[in-house]
Design a protein around this ligand. Sequence first.
Ligand code: PGA
Length: 252
Amino acid sequence: MNKRIPFIAGNWKMYKDCNQAVETIKTLLELAFEVEDADIMIAPSFTSLYPVGKILKDSNVKLGAQSICYQKEGAFTGEISASMLLSCGCLYVIIGHSERREIFNETDENINKKINAAINAGLIPILCIGESEAQRDAGDTFKILDKQIELGLKDFFTEDLNNLIIAYEPIWAIGTGKTATDEQAQEVHKFIREEIEAKFGKSLAESIRILYGGSVKPANIKQLMDMPDIDGTLVGGASLDAKTFSEIIKYK
Ligand code: PGA
């Protein structure tokens, strides 16, 4: 099997104004500049992308956005396009985070269009999928994930998805302190890889990076990363503090 490079990502959600974002990123760079064996990404709020992007330029920490508009440009008040993200230095974009699905009514169809917009512009999409506690309790986890993958990646060809990253984020584990056990996460990651193989072939299934997200912290990252199908993590709360996040980055 291909050796997949670990991918450690921080999602700052709606925390930190520009000054706080700049301060945190400067500290993080000091703490994590020597890390070379993992891809690292930080996704600050839209308003901090430009100043943070300037600081990260030419560093080992890459810039990501938390969402994107699927339209190229036009009269879409409040939206942010792919080219705007690129001009701030973004390389990645998180798409379909459960908070956007649940609170802002993002649908799988919308998410599919956003992935298309990102890929067309040369941004690397991080597609988030995950089940709620009620869905897990009802035994529907795999059914839900299958639907999110099927509709989110509808009409793409394998060659479109070479850079795609998937983040499995069980909703019941996000911001709750309740992490999925290593075995629970591994079981789902294996399922996702099998789904990708069935839909897009073995080669993509072996190379695609599947991240785990949901209450990742310095104390649990190592065990999660030891699982064969967990290739990285998407970290919310624990990415807000530079020192804590640098400990996660240096989990080895
Ligand atoms: P959390 O968030 O680490 O605070 O649980 C993860 C996420 O929502 O990406």
